[in-house]
Design a protein around this ligand. Sequence first.
Ligand code: OSB
Ligand code: MG
Length: 369
Amino acid sequence: MLRIDAAELWLVRLPLKFRFETSFGVQTEKLVPLLVLHGDGVQGLSEGTMEFAPMYREETIAGALHLLREVFLPRVLGETFANPEAVEAALGGFRGNRMARAMVEMAAWDLWARTLGVGLGTLLGGRKTEVEVGVSLGIQADEDATVDAVRRHVEQGYRRIKLKIKPGWDVQPVRAAREAFPDIRLTVDANSAYTLADSGRLAALDAYDLTYTEQPLAWDDLVDHAELQRRLRTPLCLDESVASAADARKGLALGAGRVINVKVARVGGLAEARRVHDLAHAFGVPVWCGGMLESGVGRAHNIHLSTLPNFTLPGDTSSASRYWETDVVNEGLEAEGGLMPVPQGPGIGVTLNRDFLADVSELYEEHRA
Ligand code: OSB
Ligand code: MG
């Protein structure tokens, strides 16, 4: 049985080692909410991927902290569950706020896997011991800087390069990267910056042999993506607009995309992420595991999820040392030759660096039933 006795909530601010520019803004640091669930002497860890402001999707850190304190944690503290799916179900009646609910669900999976003494990936049904990874590169100052950044990461062995684009900065970086590297697996991500009126500009990208174009249109739209997909040769990959397996079913039935970026927290947790994975497989659609600049806790969850068989395209879970001077976990999460080893040991296979957390945290709370 899965018993939940107590919870810790942390908020840490980590300086990013690089400036990360997307169509929706520039990030130079990351605010990371962490949840630790305690039960029967075991700890389960999770990370929130919502941000300070609702720029990627609608959730915010302040909103998540409120819901965890006042609504979600009171539903699980002092309770005993048959399995993590029962924890998910305990929060299943609430609308939206999937990233906040995912914090509870993901920590419950880690707690459960550690209680059973098995790795999370194995518990989910995955069998890989390493997973293929690529890298997501922010918008650079110009074409030369783009080619330099691509070169550095190709040399490190990353198996796919993703370039962030926005209106006015799309064909230029893609043309430059493709001319310099004719054979690499190349993709772009617009984070919802375009509309159907831009379909000519997006169709111009068909000339550069992209594996997919990620989320060009509105974050909550599937219908226009289906119309756009009919106008393009390049497959569309859905990110923001898939918040559940039901969304994935509607998107694939409509023809809104031919690839799905699965982000655990965006869809409400590991059980729902696995349902999206299974649903896509039934449609013959490959998936890959996206990232949200996670600390070691979320990164470890992502790696374990990526061990499932239909994760056939390289994920965004690149080496932790790219992002942070010091991570919140004790273990390194480092790819070599584009392969990220699955952290060994029970659960997600990483442990909190509590001394570092105590130094840098902006918030620490303990909650009990
Ligand atoms: O759209 O995939 C995205 C980061 C923050 C918000 C949205 C996205 C991203 C990334 C970074 O692309 C992926 C990573 O390196 O973790
Ligand atoms: Mg994306």
